[in-house]
Design a protein around this ligand. Structure first.
Ligand code: ZN
Length: 181
């Protein structure tokens, strides 16, 4: 069993494609301690600061199976922590353009289930099941993809590929620049 030591919350920030952590298979969370609570609190802060509605742990550099979301953007009210999530049912499909906090300036039309039944644990480790419809279901599926290293740019239509290629290239160049290569 892998126990991931969480970084100090103040040191966390959103990482951008092509940071390798975004491609990792995330490990299960086993320790539901104060450090995990501080970690998720900081994730909510970062998500709200960036005007996002979902954020997965690898997006702040930590490859553990956890995401936070809030589809209304109202801090504290609709905040939801999902630890070790799995889908028990996915039904219906709809296409909609999605963005990603780790892929600024990029939009990709994604086909997602419109109804999702998810089993997960809360920040204390208590199991729960929840049903998400439409945007909620979409966010859960987007974030769950992050937990297995998948990104919205992985399967783009020709149209999206053309529209996004410049922004993707810019991110790749910035990453190389940051690394001094
Ligand atoms: Zn994302």
């Amino acid at each position: 069993m892998v126990h991931m030591v969480l970084p100090t919350p103040d040191n966390l920030g959103i990482v951008f494609y092509p940071e390798p952590v975004l491609r990792k298979q995330c490990v299960r969370v086993e320790a539901f301690d104060d450090a995990l609570q501080a970690f998720t609190a900081r994730m909510f802060e970062l998500m709200h600061e960036a005007d996002g509605i979902g954020l997965a742990a690898p997006q702040v550099g930590v490859p553990i199976s956890l995401f936070v979301c809030n589809i209304t953007g109202e801090p504290g009210v609709d905040d939801l922590v999902c630890v070790n999530p799995t889908f028990k049912a996915l039904e219906g499909t709809a296409d909609l353009e999605e963005g990603c906090l780790s892929l600024p300036e990029i939009g990709v039309t994604m086909r997602r289930a419109t109804r999702a039944l998810m089993a997960a644990q809360d920040v204390h480790g208590d199991p729960f099941e929840a049903t998400g419809i439409d945007l909620m279901a979409r966010v859960w599926q987007h974030e769950a993809d992050h937990l297995v290293g998948k990104l919205i740019i992985d399967k783009m239509s020709d149209k999206d590929e053309l529209a996004n290629q410049r922004a993707i290239r810019t991110l790749e160049d910035q990453y190389k620049g940051n690394r001094g290569i």
